[in-house]
Ligand binder design. Structure first.
Ligand code: NAP
Length: 453
């Protein structure tokens, strides 16, 4: 039987090995999910919300324990892991409070005696999730899915299997019946067969374009709904009239949070030429504070990347960009899974630093002559997750809001997820939405009811 090996990317120590489920165990869990759904779907909102509030309480009372699991498995600074766990509590509370209102019957006047829209759960939803926010990605999907009355099967990334186990434990402790939320310790090769199972009614995947396309292909052949939250190559546009000091402060967080390993991280910095020099000089100065270190220390701002292999892949992208004309201003060094914060100037389309998603602490900077050129360059991406824009002009902001090919535009702020706002992308960033009212409606049957007069 194949095993999962969990390795601490900072120390290189093996945290433990976990067994992969056998075919029989997978089938058992599928059957369980389907069986439990028949009862769970009939539960009322207060029954579900009571349990989700309990899950939030557990996340808030045992934050440190959960945060340490995250940091040990994937190397983000402990302070960020703590914030991640608390954000999970927030999304649980948000849906525990709001789900009933979002999914209440909606009467639509027609020529019928009564006609309305009724939202019903679909059944078992398979969630394929990534390692970069091992708790958050799962909770942001699971909280609305469970409140809508669905049951959930989680296939988490191979390197965060302890997080996956712990999340299942949290839902059980919160009082959800065994089978409502189950962790499937399986490798990606097992996913296609699980999607094909008649038990699975829909799939959500957060991860790379390759994984998304593989899952969507199988889902498509089996006529099952899919939500895809894939990669991003977000631009961070700074116009000449922006508050530069604020823009630099936000840029640091937008690029370096989670050591740059976030789909919505700012990746391409597009600066108007008038402020280019000053922005870079401020950035260079402030980047000195971002020391790479032991992620368990409270003052560490950047831990390691998730593995030495990720760090090497990033290094290749940086080196190829330099060979094609990008200028290295600082950083660029790696050791094992560690990667120094790096600034590349003169980045242009055709270079990996512009065309590809750089999953690490690298600022890829391009200089432009006008806001029109900034928009054109920002849209020149295969991805379309979100745009960060800094300007003091309302008119200019509106121009970007109206013309950006993105799932989100954040003005004078960084792109971030918030349970109250829909989250998702265009183009190769995927389709469908998570969070807010839109998110909970992804995995329900929108049933039309028409009662003749
Ligand atoms: P990944 O390699 O695509 O893995 C994501 C999940 O998909 C893991 O559970 C993985 O399992 C599974 N998987 C991989 N290949 C598969 C296949 N062919 N069939 C079925 N499942 C498969 O992505 P990652 O490296 O963990 O995460 C980084 C990517 O996720 C980045 O591109 C990032 O931008 C994106 N992301 C997007 C969002 C968003 O909301 N848009 C949020 C976070 C991350 P194994 O680990 O077992 O291979």
């Amino acid at each position: 039987m194949a095993n999962f090996k969990s390795i601490n990317p900072f120390t290189g120590k093996v945290l433990g090995e976990l067994a992969e489920l056998s075919q029989e165990e997978i089938q058992f869990k599928l059957n369980k999910s389907s069986e439990v759904f028949q009862e769970y779907r009939k539960s009322d909102y207060s029954f579900r919300s009571e349990r989700l509030f309990k899950a939030a309480d557990l996340l808030k009372s045992e934050t440190q324990e959960f945060a340490e699991i995250i940091t040990n498995e994937m190397g983000k600074p402990i302070t960020e892991s703590v914030s991640e766990v608390l954000k999970c509590a927030w999304v649980c509370e948000y849906y525990a409070e709001k789900a009933e209102g979002f999914l209440k019957n909606r009467e639509v006047p027609t020529d019928a005696g009564l006609s309305y829209v009724k939202y019903e759960p679909l059944g078992t939803i398979l969630a394929v999730m990534p390692w970069n926010f091992p708790f958050w990605q799962v909770f942001r999907f699971a909280a609305p899915a469970l409140m809508a009355g669905n049951t959930v099967l989680l296939k988490h990334a191979s390197n965060v299997q302890y997080s996956a186990q712990k999340i299942e434990e949290i839902f059980l402790k919160a009082g959800f019946e065994n089978g409502v939320f189950q962790n499937l310790a399986v490798k990606s090769e097992a996913v296609a067969a699980i999607i094909k199972s008649p038990v699975v009614k829909a799939i959500t995947l957060t991860g790379s374009e390759f994984a998304g396309a593989s899952v969507a292909e199988v889902a498509g052949r089996n006529i099952k709904k899919c939500v895809l939250e894939l990669g991003g190559n977000n631009a961070f546009v700074v116009l000449k009239d922006a508050d530069l000091s604020k823009a630099v402060d936000v840029a640091l967080v937008a690029r370096l949070l989670n050591a740059g390993q976030s789909c919505i991280a700012a990746k391409r910095f597009i600066l108007e030429e008038e402020i280019h020099e000053e922005f870079i000089s401020l950035l260079k100065e402030k980047i000195q504070d971002y020391k790479v270190g032991d992620p368990m220390q409270k003052d560490t701002k950047i831990g390691t990347l998730s593995s030495a292999q990720s760090s090497e892949s990033l290094n290749i992208q940086v080196q190829k960009s330099i060979e094609s004309g990008a200028i290295l201003v600082c950083g660029g060094q790696r050791e094992g899974a560690k990667f120094e914060p790096t600034i590349l100037l003169n980045v242009k389309p055709g270079m990996p630093a512009f065309d590809e998603e750089l999953f690490g602490p690298v600022f890829a900077v391009s200089k432009v002559k006008s806001m029109e050129e900034a928009l054109q360059l920002s849209n020149k991406s295969e991805f379309g997750l979100g745009l960060n824009l800094f300007t003091s002009s309302k008119e200019k902001a509106q121009y970007f809001i109206d013309n950006a090919e993105e799932g989100a535009v954040f003005v004078n702020s960084m792109v971030k997820s918030d349970p109250r706002l829909p989250f998702g992308g265009l183009k190769k960033s995927g389709y469908g939405r998570e969070l807010s009212e839109e998110g909970i409606r992804e995995f329900v049957n929108v049933k039309t009811v028409y009662i003749g007069g």
